[in-house]
Design a protein around this ligand. Structure first.
Ligand code: PGA
Length: 251
């Protein structure tokens, strides 16, 4: 089983000053040994502050989106190379909020995954179904269909260069968490898909995260499963105490 990844998705929270303070405090409170890899996924403008504060720590940082383009007339976009320049390790791609509010498709997500990989960033590709799809019994086919399209042209030469987050939309920010069995079932299905696409060796090593109302009191049960290699955490990532409590729970 891969070392777990605790990915903290701040969403539209914490500007540079708050991010810097928060990161300094986090470094002072990290348990030793650190039971998981930790990544802070911050708004673009806060990433340099994280780079400065976390530079000498084991904690990494990354963005919540990335442009599919490298440069040019794309007002408002931020390229993967720019993020690599400030030593981002990860870029979240295809989060359901990007899909919902910005019309991002699986095809867009696929192009962004490739752009991230070209610049040496590790994409955290998000997939997952809405409630009506789950109630229809189509959660697995929907989620694997998203992966199929987004990864159609993506090559994986090193399994460390791809992370997939299963985030059922009905569990995001709702307090309603998938059960460890639900997360594990989807993890097994995604592993099977990756096996078919990239072969057993790669499939076994790509990290599969669960996201959706993860918090200190459920993270250990979720991440204790064979095919759940960590968590993508929104709400519970904002308070330092709850991040430290999640790390303690993973220890
Ligand atoms: P949540 O968000 O932990 O607040 O449910 C998870 C996410 O959207 O990544």
């Amino acid at each position: 089983m891969a070392r777990p990844l605790l990915a903290l998705n701040w969403k539209l929270n914490k500007g540079p000053a708050e991010a810097a303070r928060w990161a300094q405090h986090l470094v002072g409170r990290l348990p030793e040994p650190l039971p998981a890899d930790v990544a802070v996924l911050a708004p673009f403008v806060s990433l340099q502050a994280l780079a400065d504060a976390l530079n000498l720590s084991p904690v990494t940082w990354g963005s919540q989106d990335v442009s599919e383009h490298e440069k040019g007339a794309y007002t408002g976009e931020v390229s993967a190379a720019m993020l690599a320049e400030i030593c981002c390790k990860y870029a979240v791609i295809g989060h359901s909020e990007r899909r919902q509010y910005h019309g991002e498709s699986d095809e867009t997500a696929g192009r962004k995954v490739k752009a991230a990989q070209r610049a040496g960033l590790i994409p955290i590709l998000c997939v997952g179904e809405a409630l009506d799809i789950r109630e229809d019994g189509r959660a697995e086919s929907h989620t694997l269909g998203q992966l199929d399209v987004a990864l159609r042209e993506v090559e994986v030469s090193d399994p460390k260069d791809l992370v997939i987050a299963y985030e059922p939309i009905w569990a995001i920010g709702t307090g309603r968490t998938a059960t460890p069995d639900d997360a594990e079932t989807m993890g097994v299905a995604m592993r099977g898909f990756l096996n078919g696409r990239y072969g057993a060796e790669t499939a076994a090593k790509v990290r599969l995260l669960y996201g959706g109302s993860v918090k200190p009191d459920n993270i250990a049960a979720l991440c204790g499963r064979q095919d759940v290699d960590g968590a993508l955490v929104g709400g519970a990532s904002l308070e330092l105490d709850s991040v430290v409590a999640m790390l303690d729970a993973l220890a």
